[in-house]
Design a protein around this ligand. Structure first.
Ligand code: CTP
Ligand code: MG
Length: 399
């Protein structure tokens, strides 16, 4: 076995919940997604990230099973892992994990096993962003329009630009987190997540971009979504594999619209806008045509054209979410999307992850990759007259 240097980062994977909302007849972490359990998938992501002490917090009656899963997932790194028994609440389970930290640990990440498909890059990004004085959490932009409601009515609109959905792992400097946990224990306060507990002790928490893949498996629908993302549906695990279909879509818009540019689901302040019936987001529109084409369901003009005034001015996420619905109504799930646009501007690479997260979220969490290229000054994109995008998508029948 390879001798590894003692890590200074630890990841506490909380897996001691009962999974009452999932209702699968077993603690959630031990429910199968495919042939692998929720905990196994979560640990595969954890062990694919940079070396860290890994503490799995399990229900008392499942500690032995957790040990087996840990050994299988850890491979070469089994010396870095151990299992401890959790408590009644998530907060108590994290506290149990904290008691098992090695002396050398300076950075602690707390991660929900239930976020089983979290990319290892998200774990690394959080670990790297923790400082001596501040915590960090991954967040996703809120896509839906949010309302404050009472029993019957809409009470108020809420500005979603001020909101974000928190994910895990959440990372903290060890000493400050231990102090914050001690304070919470002394006061008896229960917090909804570690960031809230850490902030209540007076420490700042910053955010980094999360991933749609880091969604928490909470309900049976979430488990189905995880199964789709792993390439199979509940039925297709036992039945005939389905044959994927692919489609292609292109779109072009000229510069010349009002306001800021909207492209790849993002607003680009200060960049020249594209003209069009909607916001002119050629990237989103090319994806829509690729998806509709893959499923044999017509094209964007048919479903969203000028005969549909409700889409005037609509942004790409609205088109994509509706396209996903149209496909689902016809029995298709989306496999993946790859899209490339040609333009001199905007400079894209710094916002690639953000664009991919927004487009992916609008499509229910499927992988979306976006690339950009210039055309060496040639053609209308080279002359800076507009933007062209080409997308390819795969879909598969789900019944
Ligand atoms: N968790 C834990 N100990 C608890 C409660 C929760 O370690 N006493 C863990 C869960 O295993 C999960 C994460 O915290 O990985 C997020 O909690 P949640 O999604 O609420 O899971 P459960 O509590 O298991 O589900 P439910 O609330 O539906 O019973
Ligand atoms: Mg719970």
């Amino acid at each position: 076995m390879t001798l590894l240097p003692v890590p200074t980062t630890a990841i506490i994977v909380v897996a001691a919940g009962s999974g009452s909302r999932l209702g699968a007849g077993a603690p959630k972490a031990f429910v199968g997604i495919d042939e692998r359990s929720v905990l196994r998938h979560a640990l595969d992501g954890v062990f694919a990230a940079g070396p860290a002490q890994v503490i799995v917090v399990a229900p008392a009656e499942r500690a032995g099973d957790a040990e087996t899963v840990l050994i299988e997932a850890a491979g070469d790194r089994r010396d870095l892992g151990r299992v401890v028994v959790g408590g009644e609440t998530r907060q108590q389970s994290v506290a149990a994990g904290l008691r098992a930290l090695w002396g050398d640990i300076t950075t602690v990440l707390v991660h929900d096993a239930a976020r089983a498909l979290t990319p290892s890059s998200q774990i690394d990004a959080v670990a790297q962003a923790v400082t001596d004085a501040s915590g960090v959490i991954p967040v996703l932009a809120v896509i839906d329009t949010i309302k404050r409601v009472d029993a019957e009515s809409i009470v108020a609109a809420v500005d979603r630009s001020e909101l974000a959905a928190a994910q895990t792992p959440q990372g903290f400097p060890r000493e400050l987190l231990a102090g914050a946990y001690a304070a919470a224990l002394a006061s008896g306060a229960e917090y909804t997540d570690d960031a809230a507990l850490f902030a209540a002790a007076g420490h700042p928490v910053r955010h980094v971009p999360g991933s749609p893949l880091a969604f928490k498996i909470t309900t049976p629908d979430d488990l189905d979504r995880a199964r789709h993302l792993l390439g199979g549906t509940r039925d297709s695990f036992s039945a005939v594999p389905t044959i994927p279909r692919v489609g292609i879509g292109t779109d072009v818009h000229a510069f010349g619209g009002e306001g800021d540019l909207w492209l790849a689901g993002l607003q680009w302040p200060g960049e020249q806008a594209l003209s069009g019936h909607s916001d002119g987001d050629a990237v989103a529109h090319a994806i829509v045509d690729a998806l509709l084409g893959a499923a044999g369901l017509g094209d964007i003009g048919q479903h969203f054209g000028t005969a549909h005034p409700e889409y005037a001015g609509a942004h790409g996420d609205v088109f994509l979410a509706r396209t996903r619905e149209i496909l689902a109504e016809e029995g298709y799930a989306i496999g993946n999307v790859s899209v490339q646009f040609q333009a001199n501007r905007p400079r894209f690479s710094a916002r690639r992850a953000e664009a991919e997260a927004v487009l992916s979220a609008a499509l229910g969490g499927v992988p979306v990759s976006v690339s950009a290229t210039t055309t060496d000054g040639l053609g209308f994109t080279g002359r800076g007259e507009g933007i062209a995008a080409t997308a390819i998508a795969s879909v598969h029948p789900i019944r």
